[in-house]
Design a protein around this ligand. Sequence first.
Ligand SMILES: *Cc1c(COP(=O)(O)O)cnc(C)c1O
Length: 837
Amino acid sequence: MGLLFVMTFVSMTSIDISTNSLASICSGTWLNKVGDEPISQLYYDSRKSIQPEGAVFFALITPHSNGHLFLGDVVNAGVKTLVISSDANVSELKNVNILKVENTLLAMQQLATFKRKQFKNQVIGITGSNGKTVVKEWLHQLLMPDYNICRSPKSYNSQLGVPLSVWQLELQHNLGIFEAGISEMGEMENLAEIIQPNWGIFTSLGLAHANGFPSKLEKAREKFKLFETCEKVFYPLDQEKINTVAEEFRLKHPDCKLITWSEKHSETDLKVQIQVNGQLTEVVCITQKGTFNLKLPFTDRPSIENAITCTLVLLELNYSFKIISERVQDLTALKMRLELKKAINNCSLINDAYSLDLDSLGYALEFLSRQNQHPKKTLILSDFPEDNTIAEKLYGKLVALLRNFPLQKIIYVGNQMQPFLENLPVKEVHQFDNTSSLIEHFNTLEFSNEAILIKGARKFGFERIAQRLEERIHETLMEIDLDALLHNYRFVKTKLSPKTKTMVMVKALSYGSGSYEISALMAQNGADYLAVAYPDEGVLLRTAGIKLPIMVLNTEVGQFEMCFRYKLEPVIYSFRTLNACIEEFGGNDKPVNIHIEFDTGMRRLGFNVGDVISLGKQLISNPKLQVCSVFSHLASGEDLNDNSYTQQQFSLFEKACEALQKITQKPFLRHILNTAGIFNYPNNAYEMVRLGIGLYGIDSSGKHQAQLLQVGRLKTIISQIRTLQIGDSLGYNRRFTAKEVTKVGTLPIGYADGISRDFGLGKISFLINGKLAPTIGSICMDMCMVNLSGIEAQEGDEVLIFGEENPIYNTAKQSNKIPYEILTGISGRVKRVYIKT
Ligand SMILES: *Cc1c(COP(=O)(O)O)cnc(C)c1O
């Protein structure tokens, strides 16, 4: 059985359906009828906690499970209404409504269909081989400011997922967006009946020949059945098979408007020209009403196509070009990617145990082959889910695919591939009939220091193998998500002109996120400059092989020699430091690179603007000192209420630069914006910006927080759990005394790791098994305690101190700190682990 699914809603604005009407909606017969109540939630999994009020339990029969076996548990949990298809186990169930139907899944679908019919607003239905979930999530993101949207959670698009999704529709919604996925002929009619879309979107038609469909054209025809009720259908004109079927559809539905986008044809609603520039994609959009440009923060083809599909829908909704461009360039890439995990015996694991087809296997193998930290690469593979009839073709292609990758070991589970095994281009091949047999012989496989890809069809249950391989964390770790970091970098770039250079601030070990790892990534991805606070931080980067120019914010007299030896570029911010630098290097043979800082209002470091003439004179009489850039720093770039002060800083800065330029007559870069400045004043970027905290997922201007991804995940585990009785005290100085029986957990992380003592006494909370656990008592040096009351937790369970689901800006707010302080406070003894696909 799948996961538990709960749906709640505000009853005031609900579409009321009560248990009394169930029998007629689902064509069933009451075996027992005790009462009537409005239906709130639909359940089909008995294992998790159930909110019994208004709950209806559907006893589903699937290949792996049978809900009828759990009816007793469900009734004990308080559920008052059951829908069943077999009455074998019901005689002892008392005081519950029991409805008997032919088919419980069908009954759930009928109930959802009934609800859909009460909903009078717009519904968009999405189908296609790829991109359904992305287009749905993106449309949600794009339309959210103007619509109250009901959408399918995650990728709920199956015969079970669709009714559960549609059941969420309520009166307060003015738009529903649902996806429909099918794997066989004959399935779509069912889903179309439940969704009944007014508008339809066909995202794409996959290349792979899919089992379950006689041909690609038939597959497209079957998918088109979703659109029977549609007034408008959107699709990519350049996909010929979709277009053929659309033309057939038009003959039968002359009133339905077909709306297309195309790269090749002019007779289309949206003609696009796609150009990938480094990390960004520019799309020129040509429509009847005019032309506009999109800047996308990604470059992969599927994301580009999905973004264009969304644009097409927004155009039809009459959004202005300006709003479309603004919103589309803020789209967040969805996390649908592979992750590398640490595994036993110094192995790394890529776990993709839930699907298997040639396309996704190729993608995963490519990822595997990039794991250069392990020379040995291993693939654990199952049979394909397709049946035997196409084995020869399929496995022939598989062998060809595998030849492209340097694999040392293949562990294969199944028997369809047997005849092809000897053709495999790998020395070490192991075969097992089933997953259990592999697990039994696990130790003979001698996994050690290798990168392992697990790729299996769902029915093989390869997650069991993954569990054996995964290493449980036993320590406090800070995970750094380099993909998220790169996303943030690209996102910030979309706010700037392509010509603007970027200096990435990697001071304080990249805001606590590492050292050369971040710099290396930024160097690979087009950053122009790096900046550190002190020379020794720069030396560290040079020794690690970083070649980008590095500016050093704070160089003391006496450190210039070291700076120049390591090709670091010091900031000169006062006559004292200028004179020291001139004294030592003014007469040098080779020129040295320096930067000039002006104080325009921060009052921290920098020359006064009034001193620009004498500064200029000194510089021209010492031509070996080469001024690479001139900059200043904003005092409150994040605060638009301080706009006039900031404007004054800009104007002082411009004056200083102009005057200096007049004297030195040499070009230099100008920069003043930090992260918040970039978001609030992009027109004052001059030639370069200095990007700091935005890279790590924090927008102190508050404008774009939703578009940035959290980069750091600080996590630990529960070392011990105990229960305090009333009156028991806890921790140093007994700052907590239990007023009621209290469950507490001890975590191996304390103020020496960066969990400030100010975080104690319940100031902040950590996420444990989906619930927030506040600190309790004082934080100790190496440990702290949390209140676990009401949380199901065991010793050894993972604790998220901060990260995506418990963002650091919340932690900061709760404790009166700022994210900068918390991030840079995580001490060096906390191990950093980098995640990158
Ligand atoms: C730290 C720093 C930055 C970066 O600021 P963020 O707010 O983190 O973007 C820029 N310039 C100077 C001089 C800095 O010290």
